[in-house]
Write a new protein. Structure first.
Length: 346
């Protein structure tokens, strides 16, 4: 399969995130994608190509124009105030506050459009995130054009970004943009499966009231794991979307058997949905050695995952999400994609 990649992800390089009462170096760093690129090339997964450029229109299909306008102008506003360091929010409009009025104060705006203090906004964030969406859209176009699979190798990740908010290192929801592009290209049904350690709250929120895009996420139980306020098993969709969202929260420290049992159920639901395309939010922070997560997957499990996804027999778009064991993330991606391809061939 082709990998779509641009070195412009380096433009997003956060310095510090607020974590356990102090500012610590960002876990989500450019080396992650560099290692993934190296591994994809070393393993011979397929050609690496540059993304095409798309307009904002396909991104506006899943994100509010007001939010995108903010992202586009944010660094300019912050820099005009004389700042050179990354921007982090410090105040948020929770229950009972007004979200309809955009404040003039920059930090108040940033808080309006975010849900944590661990996602720095940097000079190059908009351009990198935009390029990430271009990468996802290029992968989608290849698959819509008949390719069996494609890998959107982008960062920052996307699955925590909702209709009008950023957080969890995410700004534009690349998986959602791609899924919506399949629908806008004429697909009746699409499925998104999120295998990142963290619940894909943004993806869930974007499609929560829709029946055309089935959203599922296997993740650490939000009672103890980020993003804490969404991702429970009783969130099954709403209105027309009732029955088209499924969450598989597993306790931190869960066994690989428990993880694959959840995957099996999720795959059954994908088959039942009869989607024309499958989008995989491919987080590698389920790895036993991940510094911020607590599942136990390793090389054999990533190979098993790739093989199991291939057996669904669907046009499949992989998009990179989390994974913070930087030295191992490349091999872990290559295990999934390599085994997916071998299963197709074999
Ligand atoms: C992103 B992805 C909060 C820090 C908590 C956030 C984890 C984001 C994971 N200040 N850490 O799903 O891999
Ligand atoms: Zn994650």
């Amino acid at each position: 399969m082709k990998t779509i990649y641009s070195d412009r992800h380096h433009l997003h390089q956060g310095q510090l995130e607020f974590y356990r009462g102090e500012l610590v170096p960002c876990f989500e760093k450019p080396e992650r994608a560099d290692f993934v690129l190296q591994a994809v090339q070393a393993r011979g997964i397929g050609p690496v190509i540059e993304p095409e450029s798309f307009s904002l229109a396909p991104i506006e299909r899943v994100h509010a124009p007001r939010y995108l306008r903010f992202l586009e102008r944010a660094w300019g506003m912050w820099a005009a105030l004389g700042h050179t360091r990354d921007a982090l929010p410090a105040v948020w409009p929770i229950r009972g506050f007004r979200a309809d009025v955009e404040p003039d104060n920059f930090i108040a705006q940033l808080g309006l459009y975010s849900f944590d203090s661990g996602t720095p906004f940097t000079a190059g964030t908009w351009e990198a995130a935009r390029t990430g969406a271009d990468i996802a859209l290029t992968a989608q176009k290849l698959i819509a054009g008949g390719e069996r699979a494609a890998f959107a190798l982008s960062r920052p990740p996307g699955h925590h970004a909702g209709p009008d908010f950023l957080g969890g290192y995410c700004f534009i929801n690349n998986a959602a943009v791609a899924a919506q592009a399949f629908i806008d290209g004429g697909a009746q049904r699409v499925a998104i499966l999120d295998v990142d350690y963290h619940h894909g709250n943004g993806t869930q929120s974007i499609f929560y009231e829709r029946a055309d895009v089935l959203t599922q996420s296997i993740h650490g139980d939000p009672k103890t794991e980020y993003p804490f306020y969404l991702g429970h098993a009783d969130e099954t969709g709403q209105g027309a979307g009732e029955g088209f969202n499924a969450n598989y929260p597993l306790p931190a420290g869960s066994s690989n058997e428990a993880w694959f049992a959840a995957l099996e159920v999720a795959c059954g639901r994908i088959r039942a949905h009869r989607p024309e395309a499958l989008v995989i939010s491919l987080g590698l922070d389920t790895f036993a050695g991940d510094p911020i997560s607590r599942f136990k997957l390793e090389a054999p499990e990533y190979q098993r995952l790739g093989a199991q996804l291939a057996r669904l027999g669907l046009p499949t778009l992989f998009v990179l999400e989390g994974g913070y064991a930087v030295a191992e993330i490349g091999d872990n991606v290559a295990h999934v994609l390599g085994s997916f391809e071998e299963s197709l061939a074999g």
